[in-house]
Design a protein around this ligand. Structure first.
Ligand SMILES: Nc1ncnc2c1ncn2[C@@H]1O[C@H](COP(=O)(O)OP(=O)(O)O)[C@@H](O)[C@H]1O
Ligand SMILES: [Mg+2]
Length: 514
């Protein structure tokens, strides 16, 4: 009863915008795509009303009373048809020829929603494992509650556990899938020296693979700053390594701030971090580095203007070297720890060492946070790019850096690993568009509960969602051990401004005597 159509060759079935386009292009009225087979690159299309037949109301009918509807239903049944819909405006009954799977599903949905069968329109795959409901009487409550109703229905009424439900208010449909899994690679191990030597614009930093097998990149010309959110173990640090090493390979300066583990995760990158750009030893150090980065603005602006340029992206690498301005990546990991101000102390004299340390820390948070906010708003033209990573993007925790406004200034957003619907809403601007991508990435809908156990197990680390201003898609992040990223950079001859190791010539020289 369903029809299998090939996907357009350039469409990415894990990308929300592409999916919407696929739906529009491949379906006609009354048809719904019930299942997208990502591996085979096909879509299964079902009719919501196969064998549609229109029967005008007789002159005696004034209203579709339950009694009339019952009579019509019986007449249709005798002809092997079911009542598909009642078109009051057009004064007509719509009959159709359902198959047994379709009929059984529709009856169950109608019974659960306590409505008449003709009020429910759906399409289903031949095996009944994929159901798309296109019309039903309204269900009260917000999207979360609606999803709950449908999930319950899928589980208890239609079948076994393992269903996923997507409420897509944009298309006005509810999709229910039995145990669908995305066919992104479960792991994307790369050889960093090959991966990093990929050509491509200086302004495009690669870090993953999407559902079309294409490289996923952060395009700095479209989105100057990025947010990476994800619970512990989801693959943030690995992703940060991929992005930071790509930036280094493309001639960027690198600044790193990570105070919760005093930079332990980034120790191996330290030689590549220049003077005054390593902000991991304390909050004070991080705040100082961030303020320093912001202070580069005026001088860079002046230099660019004097050379006749508006923005650094207009210069190629040799022109950048000539002017002595390289693009810069400011990487801030575990940002919530950095932005946590200590509560003010009461009852201590102002000059007590603890009171002094306390007010210094408050100052560091306030000044560092303010500089982050300014960098995100003002530094794109001079080629300073912020990569802001945090476990969750709770606006209250981000208040020193501008709260929710900061998120809007981070137009490239990555959400690693599993997340609750709340965490998705905090990290991404369009949580609704993310629903489908999330199901594709993780094989199930996001939990509504922030403490749901499956949030903290990461069955496929490195899996994530990427949101830009135009789309939301699932991806698998590339993986290589930290040390092999570093080896590749050294092989490529990337300079090590922070490399403290003395060179052979200077070793053993007696400076006093010289
Ligand atoms: N892209 C990936 N592919 C395979 N394994 C990964 C990937 N990203 C992370 N991992 C695994 O998950 C672990 C935790 O990742 P990490 O980046 O440290 O998470 P986070 O910084 O979010 O806590 C890593 O040590 C690694 O074993
Ligand atoms: Mg980490």
């Amino acid at each position: 009863m369903t029809q299998e159509l090939p996907l357009p060759s350039d469409a990415d079935p894990t990308d929300s915008a592409d999916r919407a386009a696929i739906y529009r292009h491949l379906t006609r009225p009354g048809q719904v795509p019930v299942h997208m087979n990502i591996g085979a690159r096909t879509v299964e299309i079902a009719n919501t009303m196969p064998g549609r037949t229109v029967i005008p109301w007789g002159p005696a009918v004034t209203r579709p009373t339950p009694q009339v509807v019952a009579e019509v239903t019986e007449l249709l049944r005798q002809r092997g048809l079911a009542l598909g819909a009642v078109d009051e405006g057009g004064r007509q009954w719509i009959g159709f020829r359902p198959n047994p799977t379709h009929q059984a599903l529709r009856a169950k949905v109608a019974r659960t929603l306590r409505c008449a069968e003709y009020e429910v329109q759906l399409g289903c795959s031949d095996d009944g494992q994929h159901v798309v409901v296109t019309d039903h009487p309204p269900i009260t409550g917000d999207t979360d509650r609606q999803r709950g109703v449908w999930l319950d229905l899928a589980r208890r009424v239609i079948g076994h556990e393992g269903w996923t439900v997507v409420v897509d208010s944009g298309r006005g449909v509810i999709e229910m899938h039995a145990g669908e899994r995305v066919e992104l690679p479960t792991s994307m191990r790369v050889d960093p020296s090959k991966w990093l030597s990929h050509a491509g614009s200086q302004w495009s930093l690669p870090f993953g693979i999407d559902g079309r097998g294409r490289t996923v990149t952060w395009d700095l010309t479209r989105a100057p700053h990025a947010l990476i959110a994800g619970l512990t173990g989801s693959g943030k640090t690995i992703t940060l390594y991929a992005i930071a090493t790509a930036a280094l390979a493309k001639g960027f300066d690198l600044a790193i701030c990570e105070v919760s583990k005093t930079g332990a995760d980034f120790d191996e990158l330290r030689p590549f971090v220049g003077d005054g750009l390593w902000g991991c030893d304390s909050k004070h150090a991080a705040s100082t580095v961030i303020q320093h980065v912001y202070s580069l603005k005026d001088q860079r602006m002046t230099t660019l203007r004097q050379a006749g340029y508006k923005k650094l992206a207009d210069l190629d690498r040799s022109q950048q070297e000539e002017l002595g301005i390289r693009p810069m990546l400011l990487l801030i990991d575990e940002a919530a720890a950095l932005l946590a101000a200590p509560p003010p102390l009461k009852g201590l004299p102002k000059d007590h060492p603890v009171a002094i340390a306390n007010s210094q820390e408050q100052l560091d948070v306030a000044l560092g946070g303010d500089a982050i906010r300014r960098i995100s708003a003002e530094l794109r033209a001079v080629g300073v790019h912020l990569l802001f990573a945090t476990q969750t993007f709770e606006a209250a925790l981000m208040a020193p850096a501008g709260g929710g406004v900061l998120r809007a200034n981070l137009p490239f957003r990555v959400l690693m690993g599993r997340a609750s619907t709340t965490q998705i809403g905090q990290a991404l601007m369009r949580p609704q568009a993310a629903e489908t991508a999330y199901v594709l990435a993780h094989g199930q809908a996001a939990a509504d509960d922030d403490s749901a156990p499956d949030l903290y197990s990461q069955p496929s680390p490195g899996r994530g969602l990427v949101e830009t201003d135009s789309s939301t898609a699932a991806f698998q992040g590339v993986y290589a051990p930290e040390s092999s990223w570093i080896e590749a950079l050294s092989q490529m001859g990337v300079p090590e401004p922070g490399g403290a190791a003395p060179t052979e010539e200077t070793e053993g020289v007696d400076w006093d005597a010289a």
